[in-house]
Design a protein around this ligand. Structure first.
Ligand SMILES: Nc1ncnc2c1ncn2[C@@H]1O[C@H](COP(=O)(O)OP(=O)(O)OP(=O)(O)O)[C@@H](O)[C@H]1O
Length: 379
């Protein structure tokens, strides 16, 4: 199919966005030359550690903060343009907002809360009623209509906050850490709930979170930020499989890491060899330092002994079991000391491995991530 015919309209477009704060005489560049286009109906999750600029960015899109450079358009209309001095007010931008703390009006019923944005927009009463009923039904909250926010659970409050943001059918829904205030179980069930609603209603969403799992699970596209810039963006499976830099690998939870060098044939770490690393070493050129990253879920541990064979296609290092702990889902997870670096392995090939035992840790070379400086090495 022709890609151009396939393209969906752009809901939100950010070009060259910059935002600096001056605090105590120092300039902080919270956002730097950031470009992002979000298609209609797309669910984009912006993720990154504390201080990377996510909140500032979403506040700029909403109109709660003015950028210092660039342009922002919502469905093709400029809502911010630094050069043309356009800076539209929050309620004229056609965006809806859901925050971490819901911010429902405590003295208004659910129905009144949801109706409020329509009143602000001077929608006639009969139409208001109809739209409130429709959105409450879509979110399966009709039975809650007469309650006050204090009579709702955290999850229900969040759903009403969503209803209130969706009732005027904004072009873009902005979600600022919408699940952070909820407990872990509820957070996970609300993720699928939010996705179900997104699929059913088809709105465009820009969601920010510091939680990489939430980002990978929810986003059609994941945007990873680093110090005010985009470090990497793409479909979750792609970002997960190929983090572009050590920063991305680290943020995406790739826990096992070693600084390595090459002698031209194989990779070595400080006190040993990366067994089977010939193909990795062959892919390296240049002098920059190398870092090897490996996921715990791809890592297997076995008792060390003389004359062990290496599976073709694997790399292997020697280490000592430091701890055996219960990991995710109650599975045993092995913590292995390799030259003072701790590696985690989710699989064991020998039963009863105990702390202090000498082991070998192997992983398929194909899933190993090798970085030279900031670059991912193709191998
Ligand atoms: N009003 C402000 N005045 C001065 N500096 C600010 C202001 N708001 C944000 N910053 C700075 O801008 C940078 C980005 O902050 P921002 O809150 O956008 O990050 P974040 O990724 O959302 O972090 P968090 O997840 O902790 O909210 C930080 O260095 C922060 O200290």
């Amino acid at each position: 199919m022709d890609g151009a015919e396939d393209a969906r309209p752009i809901s939100a477009s950010l070009v060259g966005i910059g935002k600096s704060f001056i605090a105590k005489g120092r300039t902080v560049d919270a956002i730097q030359d950031l470009n992002l286009e979000v298609e209609r109906g797309e669910y984009v999750v912006i993720v990154g550690p504390s201080g990377c600029g996510k909140s500032t960015l979403i506040r700029c899109i909403a109109g709660l903060e003015s950028p210092t450079a660039g342009t922002i358009s919502i469905s093709g209309n400029a809502v911010y343009d630094a050069e043309k001095s356009i800076d539209k007010k929050v309620n004229t931008r056609n965006v809806g907002m859901v925050f971490q703390n819901y911010a429902l009006w405590p003295h208004m019923s659910v129905e009144q809360n949801v109706e409020y944005p329509l009143k602000m927009r001077k929608v006639p009463k009969a139409e208001r009623r109809e739209r409130v009923a429709k959105v409450l039904e879509a979110l399966e909250c009709t039975a809650l209509a007469k309650r006050l926010p204090a009579e709702l659970s955290g999850g229900q409050q969040q759903r009403i906050a969503l209803a209130r943001a969706l009732v005027y059918e904004p072009e873009v829904l902005l979600l600022d850490e919408p699940l952070s205030a909820l407990d872990a179980l509820l957070r996970v069930s609300l993720r699928s709930e939010l996705l179900r609603l997104h699929r059913a209603l088809g709105y465009t969403a820009i969601h920010i979170t510091h939680d990489q799992e939430e980002a990978l699970e929810m986003g059609d596209r994941v945007v990873l930020m680093r110090e005010g810039r985009i470090e990497q963006m793409g479909p979750p499976a792609e970002v997960y499989a190929r983090p572009v830099s050590p920063y991305a690998a680290n943020f995406l939870g790739v826990r096992n890491r070693l600084t390595v060098t090459t002698d031209g044939h194989r990779l070595r770490h400080e006190n040993g060899l990366i067994i089977g690393s010939e193909s990795l070493a062959a892919a390296v050129s240049g002098e920059q330092p190398l870092q090897l990253f490996v996921r715990a879920r791809d890592t297997h541990v076995r008792r060390n002994a003389a004359g062990l064979d290496l599976n073709p296609g694997d790399i292997e290092v020697e280490g000592t079991i430091a701890q055996v702990v219960l990991g995710e889902g109650g599975r045993r997870q092995y913590v292995i000391d390799i030259d003072g670096r701790l590696w985690y392995a989710q699989h064991a090939e020998d039963p009863h491995l105990e702390p202090g035992e000498d082991v070998r840790v192997r992983t398929p070379a194909a899933t190993a991530l090798l970085y030279q400086g900031e670059q991912l090495v193709d191998h």
